[in-house]
Design a protein around this ligand. Structure first.
Ligand code: NAG
Ligand code: NAG
Length: 323
């Protein structure tokens, strides 16, 4: 891997002087940036499905180092952590893992892929830490603006059932907010005051409280690409338009561009949109029905070598007016 000795090597503190003397353009080679993947609810970092996604990423951009984010090295504990835990602590751990990883920590940037809840968790990583910084963030069926209903569990998934049973009983208690992952991105506008007061994750990461964290905005604005995929027939995520950061009350869908989050640029999404770095895309099928073809296209369009250029996204508008 050439970049390990050239680009990344030059960026270490000891070599800063040298890096200033050598024009960056002579250092760029074809080695792709590393890719970090954050899996979804009920999945684990060692699962076959994730391994095959990693393989596809390496086929699309040969030489890609793929790191699958984990909360625990034990696969079943890692799965459990998708249901249980305090997201603040989970993100803190991921920040430490990435910042101390021997290769990732020396990379000038990484690309990121978030599946379902992994998408908003990656946003948490970016906003709070971003070391190494993320260049392209692609999310599939994520819950960027929360869920207003909890998804159903498989009949035999007792971990899931136990978690959701507790959730329904007392979403806003600090007991639940510090222990159950989906409760921390539950967002219901009919309970907005309680959400603002008690949400342990989403209200903070979306900068919805009176005190805005400018670091969150700055980190998001540093993305070169933020691509949100929504599954057209998603019945797992309610509302599915949360995958596009929309706000939904009953039948009423407010697209991101018409929300205060966007208009007041709470987390830099307006800036991203205006520089052509924000994409709203759909793919047919139910939650997480992904084809190899689509993934390969995404990997080629948004990941790859450091310093590559990207096609500008069309400016997002109110898609309901477009129809
Ligand atoms: C904003 O977020 C950064 C990164 O997590 C944190 O270090 C800082 O303390 C936060 N600022 C405020 C005012 O909460
Ligand atoms: C989650 O952990 C953080 C860090 O320890 C803590 O400040 C916060 O209160 C916890 N959240 C809840 C809801 O207990």
């Amino acid at each position: 891997m050439a970049w390990l000795t050239t680009i990344f090597g030059l960026l270490t503190a000891a070599n800063l002087a040298r890096s200033a003397a050598v024009p960056a353009s002579t250092l760029i080679d074809d080695t792709p940036l590393p890719l970090i993947i954050w899996h979804g609810l009920g999945d684990n970092y060692a699962a076959d499905g994730i391994a095959s996604v990693a393989e596809l990423a390496q086929e699309a951009n040969p030489g890609t180092l793929v790191y699958v984010i984990r909360i625990d090295d034990d696969a079943s504990a890692d799965r459990s952590a998708t249901f249980f835990g305090n997201i603040t602590l989970q993100i803190k751990k991921v920040c430490e893992d990435l910042a101390t990883h021997p290769i990732l920590s020396t990379a000038p940037a990484v690309d990121a892929l978030g599946f379902s809840q992994g998408g908003q968790l990656l946003r948490g990583y970016i906003e709070r830490c971003n070391k190494p910084p993320v260049r392209s963030l692609v999310t599939f069926g994520s819950q960027h603006n929360g869920v207003s209903k909890f998804q159903a569990c498989e009949m035999t998934d007792w971990v899931c059932k136990g978690a959701l049973g507790l959730l329904r009983s007392s979403t806003w208690s600090s007991f639940v907010q510090s222990r159950l992952v989906p409760a921390q991105y539950f967002r219901d506008l009919t309970q907005y005051d309680q959400y603002l007061e008690h949400s342990n994750f989403l209200a903070d990461i979306n900068n919805e409280r009176v005190l805005k964290n400018k670091t969150y905005e700055k980190h998001m604005e540093s993305l070169e690409q933020f691509v949100m995929y929504m599954f057209e027939d998603d019945t797992t995520v309610i509302p599915k338009e949360s995958g596009w950061f929309a706000e939904v009350i009953g039948e009423d869908i407010t697209p991101l561009v018409d929300t205060a989050t966007y208009k007041e640029n709470w987390i830099g999404l307006k800036t991203l949109n205006e520089k052509g770095a924000l994409s709203f895309l759909t793919t047919p099928g139910r939650h997480m029905s992904l084809s190899d073809e689509l993934l390969t296209k995404v990997f080629k369009d948004y990941y790859g070598p450091y310093g590559r250029s990207f096609k500008k996204a069309g400016e997002a508008v109110n898609w309901q007016e477009e129809l």
